[in-house]
Design a protein around this ligand. Sequence first.
Ligand code: NAD
Length: 470
Amino acid sequence: MSYSNAEELLTAIQPATGGTEILDPATGELVGRVAQGSVSDLEAAVDAAHAAQPAWDALGHEERKRLLNSAADNIEANAEALAQLLSREQGKPLNGPNARFEVGGAAAWLRAATAYDIEPEVVVDDGETYATKHYRALGVVGAIGPWNWPMMISIWQLAPSLRMGNTVVMKPSEYTPLSVLALGHILNEVLPAGVLHIVAGGRDVGEKLSSHPLISKIMFTGSTPTGKAIIRSSADTVKRLTLELGGNDAGIVLEDADPQAIAEDLFWGAFINTGQTCAALKRLYVPEAIYDQVCEALTNVAAKMPMGVGLDENNVLGPLQNKAQFDIVADLVQDAVDSGAKVLLGGNPDLQAPGYFYPTTLIADIDPQNRLVTEEQFGPALPIIKVKDVEEAIGHANALETGLGASVWSSDRQQALAVAARIQAGTVWINSHGTIDPRIPFGGAKQSGYGLEFGLDGLKSLAQPQLIKG
Ligand code: NAD
């Protein structure tokens, strides 16, 4: 069935009466109502997913690929309704690298999970010994997601899981359940009954999922503290884990970079989704020689980017998704201002206006140890730190416990590569930041998590390797 707008889609996923109200973070208006799942709903979903798994696995790769591609077709057929709902619930604008982009990305990543063949690999074949490696389904995968890219990240978790013959029970963030329920509804119009379950609920439901004996693996994206809690609660059942956790990505500008040429890409590297992105550029290190030029070029780009209600086609930046995140950003910026750092742009939220809007903020001349630098702001406030040379920048970049992504900005590729090799991060981008690709594996270093998503590595991580000798 095809839904022409968010209201039609909402009628398909809301309870007939009651439920928890979800409010638009830009306006405070009602978006819709969600039926909160309990721990017993979660248990019923796990049982159903467990019962459905053998038949789903038995369909084989080609049939699962066909079904996943039809599910991607159904996302595309309902793209505008999904984007409207996502924009209203999450806050992100329809345009720019936001809601329509996210729905398009969800379809693209779903198709990407069908793009590889998984064949048995011959490990030894020397005339005497013959051994092969096979990738078997794990069983039921539990998926737990955040509120910043709710549709895209749900697909990152469920698409490779389903492709490899697993069934899935997913718990969306309590801040953005409608987006995930709507996406699940669209997918389930195509998928066989029982293979994909979405249970909206709180922390208790997440805890139960990550300790449930019938769950073989948890795909988790969210904060580092929650990732540590999941490691603990999954320990008794020795679950496999892919943990995509928090980041505080450094960008390092080299002296030969052209400030005008890099300014717009620097901006989007930091401010995509209004800064609420795991692998956004969250601290920028710039050498003295070009510090003022970079600050000026970035300020000129940032000042032109319209922020406002997501459904207004002109906007490319939106509100913070929730009050708690607004308070984190406001507190960190205030701390920087109190320390004597210089506000180049923003830093002055209108506390009387509706919505959790925090203005696009650039902070210069900031102490490298200031909390706005060392803690994850996860919002539209970028600290620009002056360094004397690249050695100092690398030292700061590697000093934190996180290591999701990083970037190096230079006109000299060889020099950029040499710097990249010394940065402790799962991905280093050269002259861009956060430009993920479904063919390129993605995962964190240090306390940003472990395991890889995307590409062939991502598919294999949703399988049990089995060696056969003989
Ligand atoms: P969060 O950790 O607060 O919540 C994530 C999910 O975990 C939610 O669904 C929540 O209900 C659930 N949860 C909470 N406690 C739980 C527990 N004890 N057991 C099981 N589940 C539990 O994260 P958030 O605030 O939604 O997301 C923001 C964070 O996520 C940021 O730190 C960001 O960097 C990170 N993030 C990382 C990536 C990545 O790919 N590395 C992507 C997006 C976001």
